[in-house]
Design a protein around this ligand. Structure first.
Ligand SMILES: [Zn+2]
Length: 122
C-alpha cells in the first residue's frame, strides 16, 4: 500500500481508527492502543525537518556519488519518518532544523521513494 501510494504520487500513512493517531512505519496494529482497526490515509506530505545527517558515502542503492542528506521529517500529521532532503546543496546552512519541507517522489529502481524539498523552493 505504501509503495502503491508513492507510485501514484501520494504519501500514505496508517492511522488507527479508534484512537485516530497516525503512525509510521507500517504495521498491522496501532502502537498506541494495539487496535487492529487501522486504515491508510493520504497525508499532506508537508512537515518540518526534525533532524538530519549528511552522508558523504551513500549506499550503493542511491546510484550516486553525491552526498545525501538523511533526514528525520516530522509530518504535520504528527508522525516522523526517515527520508532524504533533495533540491538543496547538502550543507548545514541550507538545513535549519524546523525548516518547512514538502514531499516529492523520486524513481529509484522500480519504486518511487518519498523525498523532501524545502517548501519555499516550490
Ligand atoms: Zn490506536
Amino acid at each position: 500500500m505504501f509503495w502503491d501510494g508513492t507510485a501514484a504520487g501520494e504519501l500514505r500513512i496508517q492511522r488507527c481508527t479508534p484512537c485516530e493517531k497516525f503512525y509510521f512505519y507500517p504495521r498491522p496494529y496501532c502502537p498506541t492502543c494495539h487496535s487492529d482497526q487501522v486504515e491508510w490515509q493520504v497525508v499532506s506530505g508537508k512537515g518540518t525537518l526534525a533532524s538530519y545527517n549528511i552522508n558523504y558515502r551513500p549506499f550503493p542503492i542511491f546510484e550516486t556519488d553525491e552526498p545525501q542528506v538523511i533526514a528525520l521529517i516530522e509530518l504535520d500529521e504528527g508522525v516522523r519518518l526517515m527520508s532524504n532532503i533533495v533540491g538543496v546543496e547538502p550543507l548545514p546552512e541550507n538545513l535549519p532544523l524546523g525548516m518547512r519541507v514538502s514531499v516529492e517522489f523520486e524513481p529509484r529502481g522500480d519504486q518511487f521513494l518519498p523525498v523532501f524539498t524545502p517548501e519555499s523552493r516550490s
